[in-house]
Write a protein that binds this ligand. Structure first.
Ligand SMILES: Cc1cc2nc3c(=O)[nH]c(=O)nc-3n(C[C@H](O)[C@H](O)[C@H](O)COP(=O)(O)OP(=O)(O)OC[C@H]3O[C@@H](n4cnc5c(N)ncnc54)[C@H](O)[C@@H]3O)c2cc1C
Length: 95
């Protein structure tokens, strides 16, 4: 879990640096958003599993973390749209 979080952080910082350096990062930004949000769903899901049934209840904040993580794959561009953006840029499509 920690390794996945670290990988997402590294990718995000790499894209941010490239953007600061003036590069076009449409493809890489979509990759970072896709990877970080889907990673967050996996990691918070694992955290919920660790807590067992208790983790699923509102008595533990882990259910809120999982729900919030799940939303990040939907808003600000769904995972499907990020995949579309990545493949479009890789195939040289403009839209
Ligand atoms: C809690 C919450 C807060 C939100 N806050 C905001 C906000 O502050 N500002 C704002 O503007 N919006 C906000 N939204 C809206 C959010 O951005 C949209 O829900 C999101 O863009 C998806 O659009 P949709 O729900 O209309 O799904 P749809 O566009 O109907 O998509 C349904 C499904 O089809 C897939 N899909 C759609 N088109 C394609 C395609 N071309 N190729 C492949 N798959 C496709 C989608 O990925 C999705 O899985 C919020 C949503 C929620 C739930």
């Amino acid at each position: 879990m920690a390794a996945e979080i670290e990988a997402a952080r590294a990718l995000t910082w790499q894209v941010a640096q490239a953007m600061d350096d003036g590069h076009n990062v449409e493809r890489e930004a979509a990759m970072a958003k896709l990877f970080a949000t889907e990673m967050a769903v996996r990691v918070t899901g694992d955290a919920m599993q660790i807590h067992g049934g208790n983790g699923y209840t509102t008595e533990r904040s882990v259910e809120r973390y999982w729900r919030d993580a799940r939303l990040t794959t939907i808003f600000e561009g769904t995972s499907e749209i990020q995949r579309r953006t990545i493949s479009d840029r890789m195939l040289g499509r403009t839209s």
